[in-house]
Design a protein around this ligand. Structure first.
Ligand code: ATP
Ligand code: MG
Length: 497
């Protein structure tokens, strides 16, 4: 009989010896790495990879509705193993639970439950596994996680519902579930394809951006009249790229510091949206103190300033975010942190924006969303009525060419009135033709009224001019000093006399 201590030693030597002689190597990936609070990213990636690629071959499976995941995840059960092959090499994955070494009470809930994966492979594949297989697992796992996760819509406004917003300022979120896609988005097919290609380039451009030394981000400016699909386009982009959306409400941001803080809190693979940038804040910089009337005469086509919501602060006091603060946010040194970001601005009035804000490099791509053209109409007809051809299409085509109607209005005319009173296709299209004709008449009437107004104004101006000349002709010794002053001065003198 050998003493217990010696047996123990012998067996541990034996273990060492077998592992030394064994041709197999083992790599352990545990759930909690050095940082005990966070689950190791590699573990999560391996888990996702296994659930996607190998779980079909495992016998003991575990199904869970993962946190922040929209679909059921099936993964390899504890104490089970699966095999995988990579470039002709066989690999074995074992899932197990880590038994805590000490029986000390754990500070970290669930720590006793820490799980781990063991990857076993022949030693001649060592370089292959470390150099290629593990990076592959990481990438594939991340892709699976990104595909399965529930995408989120963040907002910095208070009362955004959902997540961890609470009372403090910061982002709160809800599930992002907008159904818009590029297939359902009505716009000129060529322009649409251009946007999609651009997005593809961006998504796969990590190496390119690194090579040319640019931060991996891209800015889009969507401009056009109301109801032409700018917000819809953002949803389509988010769905296309599988990105989260951060809807930044600039009016509630009180300082540049807060803006930067919000920005740092955003994650990669996301779209940061600032809607109606021209209304969001007084970002006109130097133009700030010169108060000139906003609406230029003759810019009538896309008028329609949105009404102010109750409780919305006045523009002047709304935000202390400055243009330079915002520029810093878009492409200053901070913009590079995180990477893989798209920044989208929308506006109804592109010409009101400061050129510094929308130059290339900040807003790389300018996309105009315009009134409904025939091609857009065809997309809507396909979506709403499920038709590609109809005898009324010809008439609608010529009407659309003559009239400006937003896709939102066209779509409204294609909707069934109510569930009971279901209109058939022809009735819908006839309704649309009516609406288009009416819009055409209205536009003509408006144009006529405007013309008359202009004629009237011109006549008035001429009359004023004549009166002024008469005034100047009259001798006025006292007013001589004021002569050569501005128009206002002249007006006042004419009023006082
Ligand atoms: N191009 C389009 N394709 C499909 N649907 C559209 C399109 N444009 C508008 N719509 C429909 O009209 C509605 C309003 O569109 P959306 O909110 O995208 O307009 P917008 O350009 O963002 O307007 P605003 O400038 O007022 O914010 C959407 O719900 C959508 O159903
Ligand atoms: Mg919008």
């Amino acid at each position: 009989h050998l003493p217990a201590s010696l047996t123990h030693r012998l067996s541990s030597w034996a273990n060492t010896l077998t592992s030394y002689l064994s041709p197999y190597l083992e790599i352990t990936i545990s759930e909690h790495g050095a940082d005990r609070f966070q689950r190791s990213e590699f573990f999560l990636a391996a888990e996702a990879y296994l659930s996607d690629a190998c779980a079909r071959r495992a016998r003991k499976l575990k199904a869970e509705l993962g946190k922040g995941s929209k679909s059921l995840q099936v993964s390899v059960g504890d104490d089970d193993h699966v095999t995988d092959t990579f470039s002709g090499a066989d690999l074995w994955w074992h899932a197990s639970k880590k038994i805590p070494r000490s029986q000390v009470m754990s500070w970290y809930p669930g720590m006793e439950e820490s799980r781990l994966y063991k990857l076993v492979f022949h030693r001649r594949h060592r370089d292959l596994v470390v150099g290629e297989y593990l990076p592959h697992v990481l990438d594939a796992g991340r892709a699976v996680t990104a595909k399965n996760r529930q995408r989120r819509l963040f907002t910095n406004g208070s009362g955004g519902g959902g997540g961890g917003g609470g009372g403090k300022k910061g982002w709160s979120h809800v599930a992002f579930e907008h159904p818009a896609t590029f297939d359902t988005l009505a716009m000129d097919p060529e322009k649409k394809q251009e946007v999609v290609d651009d997005l593809d380039m961006f998504r796969d451009g990590k190496d390119y951006y690194a090579k040319v030394g640019k931060a991996w981000k891209r800015g889009y400016l969507l401009f056009g009249p109301p109801g032409t699909g700018k917000s819809t386009m953002i949803a389509a982009i988010a769905n296309y790229l599988d990105y989260d959306v951060y809807d930044l409400e600039l009016t509630t941001v009180t300082s540049n510091t807060e803006l930067r803080k919000l920005f740092i809190e955003t994650k990669g693979k996301s779209i940061i949206v600032i809607e109606d940038i021209d209304c969001s804040a007084d970002l006109t910089g130097k133009r700030k103190d010169k108060k000139k009337p906003e609406d230029k005469p003759g810019g009538g086509g896309d008028g329609d300033d949105r009404p102010k919501l109750p409780g919305e602060p006045e523009k002047e006091e709304s935000s202390k975010v400055t243009l330079s603060g915002l520029l810093n946010f878009i492409d200053g040194l901070w913009s590079a942190c995180g990477g893989e970001r798209i920044i989208v601005f929308t506006t109804n009035h592109k010409d009101k924006l400061d050129p510094a804000l929308i130059r290339r490099g900040r807003m790389d791509k300018h996309v105009e969303m315009s009134y409904c053209c025939f091609e857009s109409f065809k997309v809507l007809a396909k979506n709403y009525l499920d038709i590609a051809e109809h005898e009324l299409f010809g008439e609608i085509r010529s009407l659309l060419e003559e009239t400006e109607m937003s896709p939102a209005d066209v779509a409204e005319n294609l909707m069934p009135v109510s569930k009971k009173k279901k209109r058939d296709t022809t009735a819908c299209l006839e309704g649309l033709v009516e609406a288009l004709k009416k819009a055409k008449e209205d536009a003509a009437a408006a144009a006529k009224a405007k013309e008359e107004e202009e004629v009237k104004q011109k006549a008035e101006a001429e009359a004023n001019e004549a009166a002024k000349k008469e005034e100047e002709a009259a001798p006025e010794a006292e007013e001589k000093k004021a002569k050569g002053g501005d128009d206002e001065g002249k007006d006042k003198t004419s009023e006082s006399t």
